[in-house]
Design a protein around this ligand. Structure first.
Ligand code: HEM
Ligand code: HEM
Length: 192
């Protein structure tokens, strides 16, 4: 079999968790943005004759956002487990199959597979930096340090944002052209 059940389970769970994490970031930056929502709160409340300060509006908007953002942390813990799982998979045939014969591949394939390895590095960084920002007090870190790490966490997020649509478009195009069944192989395991 091309992909063991173990590897396929990892791939699809990992895909779902990454898409979920991207979803929480999307909500944080759009519908649940505290900047937008604190403006709405100030305006609507003033329509009811209640005046609140910008600080109070910010606190309210952040309170509305908080239960959604818990999902970022929970999915984050699952991602940490998925990183460990992927490392263990490197000791299996499916986990190594994309990287064992790199020399014989054409330039495009080499680039795709190098891209996967870069992504793995970034994902591992996201998992580690995410845990550090979340537990910065427990780790005895200054708030400013945690903030700086968050900035890098947010910057590295762009790599994932670029990888995901490229990857999905890439496998769909491959499936329609010279690698028929590449997608269903990742579903049913494929032939050896
Ligand atoms: C939802 C639509 C998706 C489809 C249809 C899909 C499909 C595939 C397929 C067919 C492969 C095998 C490609 C090959 O042989 O080189 C693959 C590999 C891979 N996918 Fe996806 N994928 C999806 C989403 C994702 C997402 C969201 C991620 C996470 C960022 C992801 C990460 C990976 C990685 C890292 C590999 C390389 C596995 C290895 O190390 O060999 N995929 N995917
Ligand atoms: C692929 C995985 C991840 C992506 C794409 C991602 C993305 C992001 C982004 C873009 C931000 C900045 C949000 C903003 O300020 O607008 C952020 C913040 C954060 N992330 Fe992640 N993250 C990932 C994984 C993790 C993990 C594994 C954890 C921890 C378990 C984590 C914990 C945090 C925390 C604590 C913050 C700071 C939130 C705050 O300042 O209130 N993230 N993440």
């Amino acid at each position: 079999m091309k992909w063991s059940a173990n590897f396929r389970a990892w791939h699809w769970l990992h895909a779902a968790v990454i898409l979920g994490l991207l979803g929480t970031v999307f909500l944080r930056k759009t519908f649940l943005s505290w900047r937008t929502n604190s403006e709405i709160l100030i305006q609507k409340l003033s329509g009811f004759g209640i005046d609140i300060t910008a600080e109070q509006a910010k606190a309210l908007a952040k309170a509305v956002r908080a239960p959604m953002w818990e999902w970022h942390i929970w999915l984050g813990y699952v991602l940490v487990a998925l990183v460990v799982w992927r490392v263990l998979l490197f000791f299996t045939q499916s986990g190594r199959r994309n990287y064992s014969a790199l020399k014989e591949e054409n330039l495009h394939k080499k680039a795709v597979k190098a891209g996967y390895l870069v992504l793995y590095g970034v994902i591992a960084f996201m998992a580690a930096s995410g845990l550090i920002i979340h537990f910065y007090e427990l780790l005895g870190l200054a708030k400013e340090t945690a903030h700086d790490i968050k900035e890098v966490h947010e910057l590295a997020y762009n790599v994932i944002l670029i990888f995901v649509p490229l990857h999905i478009a890439g496998v769909v195009i491959a499936d329609m052209t010279n690698e028929k069944c590449i997608v269903s192989d990742m579903i049913n395991g494929g032939e050896r």
